[in-house]
Design a protein around this ligand. Structure first.
Ligand code: KIV
Length: 263
């Protein structure tokens, strides 16, 4: 069993070992990921791949707490991040009240909030009240409706400067690491170099301090769409469909159960 990562070992990994983060929404998959990954993210992406919604906007605190508890139970030796859902950290007071709820009702090690310099005062308020924070900059899935779609960032000089300013502001506010999503690779590299905390990429190229993928994407289970940055490490949907088809056929032909499955 690997030693559980801590805020300090995660920070120390920068520039030494690429960090491995993966999403997890339940105890079963969390237990399967625990030995290979450094951090498990209970992402609000569960609202899409688990709850079947078209975006993350309607995820709730209750959902995040339920799934975070399941992940913590299944992977007791993992560093677990709970994503704060849309609308739960619009001001300092709500952010702290809702983060305290996460800390009191689950064993999550930190919360993750989307936003850059505009959220620095909120991050500062959380970190100065003993809530560890992972930032999330670049393409922000919770802004999908206000931005009119998922837009890759870092395409103009203005965006590049603002990404660097975002990362620095979040670091200055006390975050211990930052997820950077949907950013041109060279720009993400520059952002990672501009701060002393790890910058974990998703759709941000290889020259950052680690990677995160949504597990249902990388296992090929989520079929609705596959972003360019996803590598499918298995064709999970076909495997599941084929196995269940075989089970159904065997039930119908009475090939299952056999004697070995019978008391
Ligand atoms: O919700 C999520 O899974 C995330 C990842 C895309 C980083 O925030």
């Amino acid at each position: 069993m690997n030693k559980k990562m801590t805020i300090s070992s995660i920070k120390k990994a920068k520039g030494i070992t690429p960090l491995v983060m993966i999403t997890a929404y339940d105890a079963l998959f969390a237990s399967l990921f625990e030995d290979s990954c450094d951090m498990l993210l209970v992402g609000d992406s569960l609202n899409m791949s688990f709850a079947g919604k078209s975006d993350t906007i309607s995820a709730t605190m209750e959902q995040m707490i339920y799934h975070t508890n399941a992940v913590c139970a299944g992977a007791q030796n993992s560093f677990v991040i709970c994503d704060m859902p849309f609308g739960t950290y619009t001001n300092k007071e709500d952010a702290l009240k809702n983060s305290i709820k996460v800390f009191q009702e689950t064993k999550a090690d930190c919360v993750k909030i989307e936003g850059g310099a505009d959220k620095a005062d909120i991050v500062k308020h959380l970190t100065s009240n003993a809530i560890a924070v992972c930032g999330h900059i670049g393409l922000l899935p919770q802004s999908v409706r206000s931005e009119g779609g998922y837009k890759v960032k870092g395409k103009t000089d203005k965006e590049i400067l603002s990404l660097i300013a975002d990362a620095r502001a979040i670091e200055e506010a006390g975050a211990f690491c930052i997820v950077i999503e949907g950013v041109k690779a060279g720009v993400a590299e520059e952002v990672a170099k501009s701060v002393d905390i790890p910058v974990i990429g998703i759709g941000a190229g290889v020259d950052v301090d680690g990677q995160v993928l949504v597990f249902s994407d990388m296992l090929g289970l989520f079929e609705a769409f596959t972003p360019k940055f996803v590598k499918k490490y298995m064709d999970g949907a076909s495997l599941v469909r084929k196995s269940v088809e075989e089970y159904a056929a065997q039930v119908r032909t009475k090939e299952f159960p056999q004697e070995i499955h019978t008391y």
